[in-house]
Design a protein around this ligand. Sequence first.
Ligand SMILES: [Zn+2]
Length: 294
Amino acid sequence: MGSLMAAVASFLAARSCAGRWLVRIEDVDRPREVAGAADRILFDLERFGFEWDGPVWYQSVRQLHYRDALDRLIAAEHAYPCACSRREVQMAALSGVDGYRYDGRCRSGLPEGGKTRAWRLRVPDECVVYQDGVQGWQSQNLPQDVGDFVLLRADGCWAYQLAVVVDDAEQGVNQVVRGADLLDSTPRQICLQRLLGYAQPKYFHIPVIANSRGEKLSKQTCAPALVEGSEVRQLWTALHLLWQSPPRGLREASLPEIWQWALSHWSVNGMPQKRSISVAVDQSLEYTFLKLSK
Ligand SMILES: [Zn+2]
């Protein structure tokens, strides 16, 4: 349901202002890739009646572009090699928004005999401030909250932050609509956009659904899977959880009818400025809001 909500929100945001909606498969994290997962996602999108514009981009075939971007950052001395093992990084870690942050020990050069394992960004000493279309003004102090983050990992995989920034720029993305679980990543992406001379898209971070303990719903926290054959019901629920107040009668509509309603009513104005919303899910897959306090 969380993935469906992000797809619905971004699709409606794009189409309600005559924009194009792009589908990109972010498959650079090779050790975690599941065979057939990308095809399954595209099949599910079609099942719900989504139509995307242009070809689907696969990050796994775009690695030379990430290499070019990294080379530019290295040439400008914005990136540096890091010799630390995962264990060394964790032993010396300081606290940050992701739980810990790198202490920057390779910033002024590799240690004696050290080999390059990963490449990191030398984060500028500044606060990134931007206005999110849902969450309002956001600010993050990169050195204190994040530290020098990884661009190319020791296992040879490209970091999500670099890959999305390069692809967003090359695809001409000017609006990013996604779950608020990615809110803390955005300043890193804005920082990279500035250093690489890319335009900054407008960001909209929608509240994600969570259980009563505030944990994002996922397979690990027993989120129910989207069963085939009840697409309209599930779209109705996604619209309901996206604060669109769909009329109850729309649950019996056809796919084109519910999409038409959703397109003509899309608005982010009523959405709460919250990272997550607690919901309960019952046996018949009905979602109920648990509490609406700030
Ligand atoms: Zn290091």
